[in-house]
Design a protein. Structure first.
Length: 214
């Protein structure tokens, strides 16, 4: 159940909290090997963010998209979890929110059951996980849980934050640069999550409390 009155900070998952490129790349290679369909894995991992089905449309005809998506998800636990590492500062960023009495919500386009495998494997402490969320879906989750801040690497994350009237914090660990993130609505942009605790201490806690109290 949501608690909009509680200080809440949202985080994207892929390329914000975790570097999932090696695992996602391995999973796509397994799909390509199984189906015989060419997939430019380097291109795929350079643009992570949108839902899986969006990427599959680049490689498979419409009548094979569902098959490819199901195959990818079946391969994912065995190929993608072990190679994935936390991005610098990820655990410390979550700890900073918790130290201030806040709640961490991870909002991701990835299926929740797959995202949870990453969080558990890397001991990243999230209080709430919302999967299968993209664009308006992310904005809806941020509104539902009363998030005052949303941290992400993609312009779509910043657009979702803006739509939800949430402060967007961009990180440069994904495919989007500083200018693009700010143009999409980021209030601030950090090189990576190592800068989050200082920002949170100086600015974010006040922003969060303002949002939490209306």
């Amino acid at each position: 159940m949501s608690s909009p009155e509680r200080l809440t900070v949202g985080f994207d998952l892929d390329m914000t909290l975790i570097d999932s490129r090696p695992g996602i790349g391995a999973t796509y290679r397994a799909v390509a090997a199984h189906t015989g369909v060419y997939i430019d894995v380097d291109a795929v991992v350079s643009r992570l963010g949108p839902p899986l089905v969006h990427e599959m449309t680049n490689w498979f005809p419409p009548d094979r998209i569902d098959e490819a998506v199901d195959l990818y998800r079946s391969f994912y636990p065995g190929h993608a979890i072990e190679p994935t590492l936390p991005l610098p500062g990820a655990a410390e960023a979550l700890a900073a929110v918790h130290a201030a009495g806040g709640r961490v919500i991870v909002v991701t386009a990835k299926r929740a059951e797959l995202a949870r495998l990453h969080l558990e494997h890397l001991a990243l402490a999230a209080d709430v996980l919302v999967g299968d969320a993209w664009a308006d879906g992310k904005a809806a989750a941020l509104r539902e849980y009363g998030a005052s801040v949303y941290v992400g690497d993609h312009t779509a994350d910043m657009a979702a934050a803006r739509s939800a009237d949430t402060v967007g914090v961009g990180v440069l660990t994904g495919p989007c640069d500083d200018d693009a993130l700010r143009a999409a609505g980021a209030a601030t942009v950090l090189p990576d999550l190592r800068g989050f605790p200082a920002w949170w201490s100086a600015v974010g806690i006040s922003v969060g409390r303002l949002g939490a109290t209306g």
